[in-house]
Design a protein around this ligand. Structure first.
Ligand code: ASP
Length: 592
């Protein structure tokens, strides 16, 4: 760190002092990290953001400071001055950046004291997370938290630098706004001045960034906070941060290329080793077929194979009935594994969580298959499946027969589970790729309606092989969306947008918004699109997840200064909390 301005509290950072500073008199400030009383001498490790420095208190040369140091406890706040001296060779600490020196204290100011902290701050022990969150200011003093927030800062600074080189403007968009359809529930804020009306917190700045393009700003970005009221899952936050980007007069390749430059720089900052861009692009259909997921983890094999045609007409009723009903039979080659009966049953229980009925296992051997299943298939069928799965003796083949989407999802999840169980992922390997060519619409079977796969502002593309946009069969339309996937996690996504009101109206109509509803909710966007909108597109990348990934953190909470728990609560401030009757009255609200 650059030397701090000398202001009476400090003129140097603890962690930056070195052997070359021996002989100089400095003043440092910080927290008592650890104290050792050696009868005569007292040693204190003083901590500031830059690191640790050993202080020595001598009873003879500085009796007052020594006496005061005797009373000091962990986490007291000090400012001390004295001479930097070289340590004797036997007391050098090679594990500490400042381990060759120490500060002989002449003068000590105790600025604040502290009771014993609720958990140790000077060692890397596992502490209950609720306790850490309740005492977050203390938790932030611990080295891993400090390092995570420094990394986060450096990531964001790198992003700003790259985008500055490309003439992007950083522009803020409103937090109090109207609904933004990203597919989650909105957080609502009641208006006091217009009783009965509500603002929504933005699920993303999506519409505003498009309006900035209509506004001729050409290149926008924002480190944007987004709010989504979703059922909490383990590693989700109700508010999160994304790098939000939008550009005018662009096609897919422009956005992907820019993102590769930004993310390449971010990965370099985090020393997160990925291949040089351009990164591989894989179509949505291929991702589902090979990996059973639209965020494929390509760091290991165990790919899915469609073996339906190879086993059609066998004696095995289960496969036949699924195939006759238009379903699929898919399989993975799990490699040479010996699973007990109970473990094999466990695999079926696992896929049942994804709606599949069972896993049918066979082991390759004896010139065919071993196990109950073998007798149902002809030699040719067995040989064809073995060839498709590149199976050799001892390999375990796992089959799922079901509707296509269910089989893909179940085997996709099973593949990840097996990789974890058998340790198939090399922790030093990182795979980054783009998933492209998504379907524009998905059919919601429960509600019997079409929804936009990405969001309704994504531009549709004609069906494969077609030249015109034809909305009569929404299921075949593709979209101009793309997702960035790293190690099987989606780090971001975006799209080229619809920039004419006609197409935007058709998309709204397809997802079941009547012209009147579309006008009421998105009239301002449709109106803006009427006045000459440039072709435009963009992307959003999840900062929390990116930083957690390159930091190797288990949870995004480890890279957020003040996160919420999985249930959306903040143990530090007690939010969310009830409000008093009067506040509700002012807002015109009554609790049901
Ligand atoms: N608004 C989208 C999201 O937040 C990203 C984008 O399309 O740029 O997921």
């Amino acid at each position: 760190m650059r030397a701090p301005p000398s202001n009476g509290f400090r003129d140097r950072w603890c962690g930056d002092l070195r052997a070359v500073d021996a002989g100089s008199v400095v003043r440092v400030a910080g927290w008592v990290h650890r104290r050792r009383d050696h009868g005569g001498l007292i040693f204190i490790d003083l901590r500031d953001r830059s690191g640790l420095l050993q202080l020595v208190f001598h009873p003879d040369s500085a009796p007052a400071a020594h006496a005061a140091a005797h009373e000091l406890r962990s986490e007291a706040v000090l400012s001390v001055s004295g001479e930097i001296v070289l340590r004797g060779p036997e007391t050098i600490n090679p594990l500490l950046a400042t381990g060759e020196i120490e500060l002989t204290v002449r003068d000590l100011d105790v600025l604040a004291t502290s009771p014993t902290p609720p958990f140790p701050l000077d060692e890397d022990v596992r502490v209950d997370e609720m306790l850490r969150l309740r005492h977050r200011p203390l938790d932030l003093r611990r080295e891993p938290m400090r390092d995570a927030l420094i990394l986060r800062h450096r990531v964001v600074r790198e992003i700003r630098e790259v985008l500055e080189r490309h003439d992007f403007l950083e522009i803020e968009t409103p937090i109090l706004t109207g609904a933004t359809p990203e597919g989650a529930r909105d957080f609502l804020v009641p208006s006091r001045l217009q009783r009965g009306s509500f603002y929504a917190l933005p699920q993303s700045p999506q519409i505003f960034k498009q309006l900035l393009m209509v506004g001729g700003l050409e290149r926008y970005f924002q480190i944007a906070r987004c709010f989504r009221d979703e059922d909490q899952r383990a590693d989700r936050q109700p508010e999160f941060t994304q790098l939000d980007v939008e550009l005018s007069f662009v096609v897919e390749e422009d956005v992907l290329g820019l993102t590769e430059e930004v993310m390449g720089a971010v990965f370099a900052v985090g020393e997160f080793a990925v291949a040089e861009p351009p990164w591989p692009r894989i179509g949505f259909g291929e991702a589902i077929a090979r990996f059973g997921s639209d965020r494929p983890d390509t760091r290991f094999g165990l790919e899915l194979h469609d073996v339906g045609e190879l086993v059609r007409g066998s004696e095995f009723k289960v496969f036949n009935s699924v195939l006759e009903a238009g379903g699929v039979v898919r399989a993975i080659n799990a490699g040479a594994r010996e699973l007990s009966r109970a473990e094999q049953d466990g695999l079926s229980e696992f896929v049942q969580r994804y709606g599949a009925r069972a896993v049918a296992p066979v082991t390759v051997g004896d010139g065919g298959w071993r196990g109950n299943l073998a007798k149902f298939f002809s030699e040719q069928q067995i040989a064809a499946v073995n060839a498709e799965l590149e199976a050799s003796d001892g390999d375990l083949l796992l089959f799922v027969a079901d509707r296509a989407a269910v089989a893909a999802q179940a085997l996709g999840a099973l593949r990840l589970e097996l990789a974890e169980r058998f340790g198939l992922i090399d922790p030093g390997r990182h795979d980054v790729l783009w998933v492209v060519d998504f379907p524009m619409f998905e059919h919601d079977e429960q509600e019997q309606r079409w929804t936009a796969t990405h969001h309704p502002f994504t531009a549709p593309a004609p069906a494969a092989g077609a030249r015109e946009l034809d909305f009569s069969d929404p299921g075949v339309l593709r979209s101009r969306a793309y997702d960035l996937v790293v190690d099987g996690a989606e780090l971001g996504g975006g799209s080229i947008r619809t920039h004419t009101p006609e197409v935007q109206r058709q998309v709204f109509e397809t997802i079941g918004l009547s012209p009147a509803e579309a006008e009421e909710r998105f009239g301002f966007l449709l109106d803006a699109l009427r006045y000459g909108a440039p072709p435009h597109g963009g992307i959003a990348l999840g900062i929390d997840r990116i930083v957690a990934m390159i930091a190797g953190s288990e949870s995004i909470r480890e890279v957020i200064a003040f996160p919420k728990t999985a249930s959306g609560a903040d143990p530090l401030t007690g939010a969310p909390s009830p409000v008093d009757a009067r506040t509700l009255r002012d807002l015109g609200l009554r609790l049901a």
